[in-house]
Design a binder for this molecule. Structure first.
Ligand SMILES: [Zn+2]
Ligand SMILES: [Zn+2]
Length: 189
């Protein structure tokens, strides 16, 4: 089986890391680190799921150790740990952050997987990582990026991403993030 060959609209859990107990249902799913010791539960419906975005900023390249990052933003109040919270380590800095405020990495100290980030400018949310989601069909569909930011710093060989919103640099978090009816239609003002 492969993701391309997997039945659409059905969960798909490839062998990815050492855990084999990831799951997803109509409203929630798991995200697990590479060694399997840290597992979280998150919402993939509004209001718990706020938004999804891809980012090509220099920070994302550095801390993800690859070419760009894909993220989803979930309310703190709607995410929780299945196991391993005590195994998370934090690293915080503000030198490279555009807003000047701190951003903090929360990663597994056993295997190094970055589970989520938190930031001074966005209290109450966790910026989680699409690559930790156990159900890859969910990652491919509902968690596909709606916003792409830092296109000015994107490697030229990365093809166009099919996103609703493009930002040359950082999105205006207050104006953009979560302003969508993609997951739960909201009354228009
Ligand atoms: Zn781990
Ligand atoms: Zn970034």
């Amino acid at each position: 089986m492969s993701l391309a060959a997997a039945p659409k609209n059905e969960p798909y859990f490839p062998l990815a890391g050492l855990a084999d107990d990831g799951w997803s249902n109509d409203t929630e799913a798991t995200a697990t680190c590479y060694c399997g010791k840290v597992q979280m539960k998150f919402p993939h419906e509004a209001p718990g799921l706020v938004d999804t975005f891809a980012c090509s900023c220099s920070d994302c390249k550095s801390f993800s150790a690859t070419s760009f990052a894909t993220n989803f933003v979930a309310l703190d109040s709607h995410t929780s740990f299945v196991r391993g919270e005590e195994l998370l380590t934090e690293f915080s800095q503000s030198k490279t952050i555009g807003s000047g405020g701190w951003m903090k990495q929360h990663f597994c100290k056993v295997c190094g997987t970055l589970m989520f980030r938190t930031g001074e400018v966005a209290p109450g949310v966790r910026i989680m990582r699409v690559g930790t989601v156990d159900d890859h069909m969910l990652a491919q569909t509902k968690l596909a990026p709606r916003i792409e930011q830092y296109t000015k710093d994107k490697f030229s060989w990365i093809g166009p991403l099919d996103t609703e919103i493009k930002c040359e640099a950082s999105m205006d978090f207050g104006a953009v993030l979560g302003k969508t009816d993609r997951w739960a239609p909201k009354a228009k003002a």
